[in-house]
Design a protein around this ligand. Structure first.
Ligand SMILES: CC(C)(COP(=O)(O)OP(=O)(O)OC[C@H]1O[C@@H](n2cnc3c(N)ncnc32)[C@H](O)[C@@H]1OP(=O)(O)O)[C@@H](O)C(=O)NCCC(=O)NCCS
Length: 181
């Protein structure tokens, strides 16, 4: 999907939100690795992510072409500082109404409103794509994310006490949330 918007952050700076382009692959990988190293609330460890720039570029190109998937990037002062996306759960008749939502922002840029704007943008795209339900999982200790999701109307529909198991062997409970349109 195609998306572009300019917004003003809580610190007065401008933030450009736009769909990812295939040429963003290298910067996207750098941003992704940093985000995933800065928090223990995400699913993937930085060394588990796809490192092949050709493959990342192809995935970003697919998202751009797709009518049901989008990866929205947030730029501040020309730097990629956050992203959020929606992806169809599975391309099957019984599942085509459901999309998954994911978001992450570089720590130095937390608290400026980027999470709000990215979430609003993804909800807008999900509605435009015709989805009837947006879904996500969040670690139950991740108060910032849970507050953000509740603010936009996501409601809890269950918990998975053994959702994640960290490399240190610690269980992380997942809160399952959904938003109906
Ligand atoms: C969760 C995350 C996306 C929030 O992004 P952000 O840009 O800091 O959020 P914003 O500044 O736009 O705040 C949005 C809302 O989130 C909640 N929130 C943000 N920071 C918070 C904090 N420190 N404490 C409590 N709630 C908080 C509030 O509801 C806030 O609404 P408000 O603007 O009306 O106060 C960001 O902290 C992040 O990327 N964390 C690491 C990755 C992650 O956890 N992703 C989600 C995985 S499920």
């Amino acid at each position: 999907m195609i998306f572009e918007k300019a917004v003003k952050l809580k610190n007065g700076k401008e933030c450009i939100l736009r769909n990812a382009e295939p040429t963003d692959a290298r910067e996207f990988l750098e941003y992704f690795e940093l985000c995933h190293a800065e928090t223990d609330f995400l699913t993937t460890y930085p060394d588990e992510t796809e490192h092949n720039l050709g493959k990342i570029s192809a995935r970003l190109a697919d998202n751009k072409q797709s009518e049901g998937n989008v990866e929205i990037l947030a730029y501040v002062d020309g730097r990629l500082v956050g992203s959020a996306g929606i992806h169809m759960i599975q391309d099957r008749d019984k599942l085509r109404h459901r999309a998954e939502f994911g978001i992450s922002i570089i720590k130095a840029y937390w608290g400026l409103g980027i999470g709000n704007y990215l979430t609003e943008s993804c909800i807008e795209c999900a509605k435009e794509a015709g989805y009837l339900q947006l879904e996500l999982d969040a670690v139950s200790d991740n108060e910032s994310a849970l507050n953000l999701y509740r603010k936009y109307g996501f409601t809890e529909f269950g918990r998975n006490p053994r959702g994640f198991r960290t490399r240190e062997g610690i269980w992380q409970e997942l809160v399952l949330m959904r938003l109906e349109f």
